[in-house]
Design a protein around this ligand. Structure first.
Ligand code: NDP
Ligand code: 2IT
Length: 464
């Protein structure tokens, strides 16, 4: 092949990227979240594509954004009044280049193929960062669990699994939880899997401790995000002690982010759900957190009740629009732990103006691209979800290992492994960013480090 001047090489990468993005939009119409996720990653991969022209020659990125399989199925079930209900279920099997498909299930009315493709794409790079051999997938349904009775949830989960069953297994595809799928739903899903399979195998993670689950899995995403934050702060000789933190959401990830922050001396002053947010200037302590866990995991109530229970706290209903007043509460650290695009460009401006120096994403893609740019340009320590929230799927990987060995590790052992994994992810992301001339940019570091491993596996497995 004739050698190319650097200018030709740069032009070739630019052409490759713009053709790729145009093709993704053309082939996946009406799926803005997927376009956004691909664009965010692709535009940070330039230095890797320049360094390794084979990635361009062999269309690695183009292959990666085309899911291996998108499985869609109807989920029919009967509600408490005897009426038939029809939902749509999915499993997007994105990539199995470095291991079996792995990723959560989301039950939320906003679920459609585009959301699951974005999540499956992010999951592929995230799982690569964990250092464990797991490919990427995501699934779920447009089923809305809110307001549904316990038996309706159970019947829905059973019907969902009856349809999903043929496509999963301990060596093929291993689902877990995500929004709307917690310990209760995993129990019903696993029960139905076992009923059909007639085998007790780890085909799902997030299981209960007494039936094949791992210690610390429930805590892992939130704890892991805070461990990641500690590593970032350490690079500036700082820690979390006495820092005021904003946390959004009040589900699994938010609860255990708060728990670890409080244990490490942080002061958490907000929590939210899709109806609004609470501001507690006195701080959410461990007793208040226990009350929140009861509220959300047992009584399935709304976060507004917090303000009625704890006198100094206030509640504000969500207004919609392009600014969330929660992000204007003065603080030093922000942990978005609810959902995608929950920090707008204006919210990012407000956070920066108020002096936030650390933003760690517990949720997947919670910051819009312009917001990420603002954080990075302002010198904020910004950790993208695919690195910061990888602790959840990492401990899912540890659960798979324990299931295969018919063993159960202690809480201390799993927590120590989680801390080591988060430190390694941090160090590899940081080092990769430096190595490619973008020191301090965790977004570039995470995308390139995650991508290169998958890309090299693709080249090894299918050389042209
Ligand atoms: P949960 O269902 O436990 O909690 C979700 C929380 O976010 C709830 O408080 C929910 O409020 C709020 N929320 C959901 N959708 C919206 C919305 N459209 N607008 C405002 N608030 C919303 O889910 P998780 O805590 O498990 O997941 C939270 C985030 O973390 C997601 O982005 C998920 O993909 C990500 N994640 C989860 C992992 C896990 O192991 N569970 C691992 C890695 C990432 P409401 O009750 O009103 O719906
Ligand atoms: O987004 C995520 O990483 C998850 N929802 C967890 C996936 C898993 O398989 O544990």
């Amino acid at each position: 092949m004739a050698s190319r001047t650097p200018r030709h090489a740069t032009a070739r990468v630019e052409e490759h990227l713009s053709a790729l993005l145009a093709k993704v939009e053309m082939k996946n119409p009406g799926e803005p979240e997927f376009h956004q996720a691909v664009r965010e990653v692709a535009t940070t991969l330039r230095p890797a594509l320049l360094r390794y022209p084979r990635y361009v020659d062999e269309k690695i990125l183009e292959r990666l954004v085309e899911p291996d399989r998108v499985i869609s199925f109807g989920v029919n079930w009967v509600d408490d009044s005897g009426t038939v209900q029809v939902n749509r279920g999915f499993r997007v099997q994105m990539s199995s280049s470095i291991g079996p498909y792995k990723g959560g299930l989301r039950f939320h009315p906003s679920v459609y193929a585009g959301v699951l493709k974005f999540l499956g794409f992010e999951q592929t790079l995230k799982n690569s960062l964990t250092t464990l051999p797991m490919g990427g997938a995501k699934g779920g349904s447009d089923f809305d669990p809110k307001g549904r009775s316990e038996s309706e949830i159970r019947r829905f989960c059973q019907s969902f699994m009856t349809e999903l069953y043929p496509y999963i297994g301990e060596f093929t595809d291993i689902p877990a939880g995500d929004i709307g799928v917690g310990a209760r739903e995993i129990g019903y899903l696993f029960g139905q899997y076992k009923r059909i399979a007639k085998r007790f195998v780890g085909a799902i993670t997030g299981k209960g401790i007494k039936w094949g689950g791992s210690e610390i899995r429930q805590e892992a995403t939130g704890y892991g995000a805070v461990y990641f934050a500690q590593e970032m702060l350490r690079t500036r000789d700082e820690d979390l002690e006495g820092r005021t933190c904003l946390v959004s959401g009040s589900g699994n990830v938010a609860q255990f982010t708060v728990e670890k922050l409080v244990q490490l001396g942080g002061r958490v002053v907000t929590l939210s759900d899709s109806d609004g947010f609470i501001h507690d200037p006195a701080g959410v302590d461990l007793d208040k957190l226990e009350w929140v866990k009861q509220l959300k995991n047992e009584r399935r109530g709304r976060i507004s009740e917090y303000a009625a229970e704890f006198p100094h706290a206030t509640y504000k209903a969500a207004r919609g629009g392009d600014q969330n007043p929660m992000w204007s509460v003065p603080a030093q650290c922000a942990f978005p732990c609810a959902t995608q695009n929950e920090i707008s460009a204006k919210d990012a401006d407000t956070l920066v103006k108020n002096g936030v120096t650390l933003v760690v994403e517990g949720a997947n893609m919670p910051t819009v691209p312009e917001g990420i740019d603002r954080f990075i340009a302002s010198g904020v320590l910004y950790a993208p979800g695919k690195a910061a929230n990888a602790g959840g799927v990492a401990v899912s990987g540890l659960e798979m290992a324990q299931d295969m060995q018919l063993s159960q590790w202690t809480r201390e052992e799993v927590d120590a492994r989680l801390q080591t994994i988060m430190r390694r992810i941090h160090d590899s992301v940081r080092k990769t960013a430096e190595d490619y001339g973008h020191g301090g940019n965790y977004s570039v570091g995470a995308n390139i480090a995650g991508f290169v491993k998958v890309a090299d596996a693709m080249l090894d497995e299918s050389p042209i």
